[in-house]
Design a protein around this ligand. Sequence first.
Ligand SMILES: Cc1ncc(C[n+]2csc(CCOP(=O)(O)OP(=O)(O)O)c2C)c(N)n1
Ligand SMILES: [Mg+2]
Length: 574
Amino acid sequence: MKMTGAQIICECLAKEGVDVIFGILGGAILPLYDTLPQYPQLRHILTRHEQGAAHAAEGYARATGKVGVCMATSGPGATNLVTGIANAHLDSSPMVAITGQVARPFIGKDAFQEVDITGITLPITKHNYLVLDTGSLARTVKEAFYLARSGRPGPVLIDVPRDVFIEEAEFNYPGKVDPPGYKPTLHGHPAQIKKAAKLINEARQPLILAGRGVIISQAWNELKQLAETAQIPVVTTLLGIGCFPESHILSFGMVGMHGMAYANMAVTNADVLIAIGMRFDDRATAKVSGFAPNAKIIHIDIDPAEIGKNVRVDVPIVGDVKNVLKELNKLITPTEHIDWFEELDNQRKEHPSTIIREEDGLLPQLVVNKIYEATGGEATIVTGVGQNQMWAAQHYWYNRPNSFISSGGLGTMGFGLPASIGVKIGCPDTTVWCIDGDGSFQMTIQELATIVQEKAAVKIAIIDNGYLGMVRQWQELFYEKRYVATRITGPDYVKVAEAYGIPALRVKYKGEVEPAIERAMAEPGPFLIDFVVESEENVYPMVPPGAALSEVMEAPRKKAKALSDSAKLPTSNI
Ligand SMILES: Cc1ncc(C[n+]2csc(CCOP(=O)(O)OP(=O)(O)O)c2C)c(N)n1
Ligand SMILES: [Mg+2]
């Protein structure tokens, strides 16, 4: 059956189960947009900037596990997607980006709004295509979705010239695609799994270090089974947060630059480290020569390119985390590690890491903690980048799988607000809180309009410290307090929100925090709270750049006193 290129794309999207597309149109992609009304199952969400479309598509993808789709026109529309595509690439999020291109006869002529977007995105996509033959469109779209979601997920870009959208071709949807040279290894090698099991069964001080791969693979039950059977403590990377319940008795929090001191010490003292679905990012390992110096390392990852890339590994297992853990669990003998737990518990008592000082001023950590209490941990938290992100990671207990969504690899300020829209659109029944920095928020502030137009009931908490706070912290600690270009002003966020049609409140005092959060939760639609917090508060613990995980700086102790019911310590085995 003959169809236009635009119809072929829409047919393919519908067949792939796409229900939401985020984007902004323009001349080159207009024929595709013109076809959308023929496919009412494809809901289009108009963002206010293409970066917002890409982040929203990623938020949607991360929350639902489905492929996120974004679209943009040629030239500036396409280049505006670039940061969002790079973000999805570094955080292994499944995404298909469709860009319009100038018509085929104009390619290479510096035509109006022509950029070589496949050239630009080559290093930040899993794969990309410039479609010059309308007859190959269906296969290309099918392949793009397959690549985006299979193996290690990632973004795939399809660049489509304007005349290809308009030209007719025979529509045949391929049942299966088999891109040459692409065969992700899904099952771990049995001999390697056996070796790993032996190491685990004989370990005295084993530790699981779990990353985002556990979430992508939805392997939280298998992970729990491994940890509980062999009584192995679990620490996570930043993006691993939410793969293991944080109030579980075996949970020892997050590792890395702003990880818990006791989690970093656990890595330093472990004799067997089981690294699962993580890639030894430098924020997680700190100085590599000081990373897990006493441990034999087992590394489970679907991407063979990650094995031995940053850290020496004793037993690599390439495969999908869920499949590998299923096989591994069959070989694990129930064990106890009483002395090891005693050591870890003592470390945690001596280095509590997430205690919130008792202080008259409004501390950002308290804001996060109160959001946790008000939501009962049932919300999905989406963050900006900087101190706000680290406080959100540290002071909320993530017990629900995949309830923390943050820009880890690229560290993209501006990710939070649009990503939270994607999360809410993908999971409308979930409470979504965007905990953002005042700097990060101002990078994509225009997406407030998208929230209103799409009636996305996102709750926004701005951690308003008047600084590009994380950089200010580095200036304070490592540049003798020379605060160059980190003081940041902003508009009256309450007025801005109200101008967009979003109810809002400003909170300056401790006592106002809880009522404001309750007010936001009571509102059926979106709500914004501007939390004007202590401006020079620092994130601790901190491993200084270049130091090892064991060389962690902790919060100055003098004034520290636990808020008895809110310090983040495990209470129950859930
Ligand atoms: C797009 C982008 N530009 C610059 C940076 C570098 N950077 C990292 S954290 C940070 C400060 C973030 O400020 P804010 O959003 O107010 O968060 P805070 O640290 O104050 O909580 C900056 C500038 C970045 N991560 N992303
Ligand atoms: Mg700030």
